[in-house]
Design a protein around this ligand. Structure first.
Ligand code: TXA
Ligand code: MG
Length: 321
């Protein structure tokens, strides 16, 4: 099996991208599978590598608002407030696109998703490029997003020319996606920027991410972020009785309930800190998925506050078969 080169050589990454090839990039949320966002041939390679359906649009990444304004019409004032507060950071804005943006990026829609990610290596790379990077999460379509360079290597090592290794992602959840409807900000995907932090800047926002699936936004489809193994949330003892104890893996938020004796357990945050849990969530799910188990169990959903909302959203989708 061909493996991608892994390193921190930004000049090499630039060269690869200029040739129309793909590079995996670290961000504070998850690793992205990046290509020249203005080059249709490179974008086609992204869809092919991920086995991603063309109706699922991509996010364009840049390092400055000036660059963003080269491919969007404008940034409406209320969204500008969010950009000022949270860029670079885990916030994606849906903005009216300019015609320079290929249809393949937006799935033919008139909005384009844009983000300034907060990772020093990737910001350095973006600052020397004269095009934005289109980058979905660097996982096969429907699987758990990668939060380390090794996660990318394991699944897409044959598809990318280079993996820029920026260490483990600090936030660990994909960006929060915000657009505008009738002049009001709307959250389309819960993510690494919590609803509270957004509302502290622009007041009450509508969250539509939990509503039924919108075919134009599969990050919001019901089944997504899924391990290969059966994943159960708060199963009854009866449901669990069909599995041998040694074949049950358990994901738990914090303190361990001693009545619930199972061998293979992973604790997201011993001190029950939601940020720490978010940082560990995808990596732990992947670990459990790779172990010799028949089923992965989440003891119970996380608290519905802060990043708990976004984590519960991912966990519920991971449990859909
Ligand atoms: O944190 C992140 O956002 C990561 C890193 C790499 O930046 N990227 C990421 O990309 O999660 P992806 O492709 O896995 O998810 C992007 C989501 C998709 O669900 C897509 O449907 C939605 O953004 N999206 C993109 N453009 C859109 C648009 N114009 N309107 C509505 N949804 C859009
Ligand atoms: Mg994704």
């Amino acid at each position: 099996m061909d493996m991608a080169k892994i390193g921190i050589d930004i000049a090499f990454a630039e060269q690869v991208l200029k040739q129309g090839e793909l590079v995996a990039i670290p961000t504070e949320t998850v690793y992205g599978l990046a290509g020249n966002g203005l080059d249709t041939a490179a974008i086609l390679k992204i869809f092919k590598a991920k086995n991603r359906p063309f109706f699922d649009p991509l996010i364009l990444h840049s390092n400055s608002v000036d660059k963003v304004l080269q491919f969007v019409q404008d940034i409406p004032p209320v969204l500008q407030l969010l950009a000022d507060a949270f860029w670079p950071g885990p916030l994606t804005l849906l903005l009216q696109r300019k015609t320079i943006v290929p249809d393949l990026v937006t799935a033919g829609m008139d909005t384009v998703a844009v983000r300034i990610p907060n990772h020093p290596l990737t910001l350095d790379l973006l600052s020397i490029l004269d095009f934005p990077l289109a980058a979905p999460s660097a996982n096969p379509f429907g699987y758990i997003s990668p939060t380390t360079a090794m996660h990318v290597q394991e699944q897409l090592g044959e598809e990318v020319s280079y993996i820029l290794d920026g260490g483990a992602c600090e936030v660990g959840l994909e960006s929060t996606i915000v657009g505008l409807e009738n002049g009001k900000p709307v959250i389309y995907r819960l993510g690494g920027l919590s609803v509270d932090r957004i509302e502290a800047v622009v007041g009450k926002v509508i969250v539509t991410a939990h509503s039924s699936s919108n075919p134009k936004a599969p990050g919001m489809l019901k089944s997504h972020y899924s391990p290969k193994k059966i994943f159960l949330i708060a199963p009854t003892a009866d449901e669990l009785s069909q599995y041998e104890t040694s074949k049950i893996g358990v994901l738990n938020f914090g303190k361990w309930n001693e009545n619930y004796l199972i061998e293979n357990k992973m604790i997201l945050s011993p001190s029950e800190n939601l940020e720490e849990a978010a940082k560990n969530l995808f990596a732990f799910l992947r670990k459990l998925d790779a172990m010799d188990l028949e089923v992965i169990v989440l003891e119970k959903l996380l608290p519905e506050t802060g990043l708990g909302l976004a984590m519960n959203d991912r966990l519920k989708r991971a449990a859909v078969r």
